[in-house]
Design a protein. Structure first.
Length: 74
């Protein structure tokens, strides 16, 4: 599974939406760069990228973990 697919799947699950109904990921981050950075053969476990996508904070870690948390508006 690519990092891009993992992010879209995790956000779809968090929002209870179909992944095809989400806005394009490239509006939040460069998908190609994300996949390149987290290539399994070259990514250090401590690598981390944090960005916002569809009202959620998304954290992708070098371990392959993807965390999604709602961003609360103040």
């Amino acid at each position: 599974m690519t990092p891009v697919f993992a992010v879209v799947s995790a956000v779809a699950k968090a929002t209870d939406a179909d992944r095809f109904e989400l806005p394009p990921l490239h509006e939040a981050i460069d998908p190609e760069a994300l996949n390149t950075l987290f290539r399994a053969d070259s990514c250090a476990p401590e690598t981390q990228v944090d960005f916002r996508y569809t009202g959620y904070r998304v954290v992708v870690r070098g371990t392959g973990a993807v965390h999604v948390r709602a961003v609360h508006q103040e």
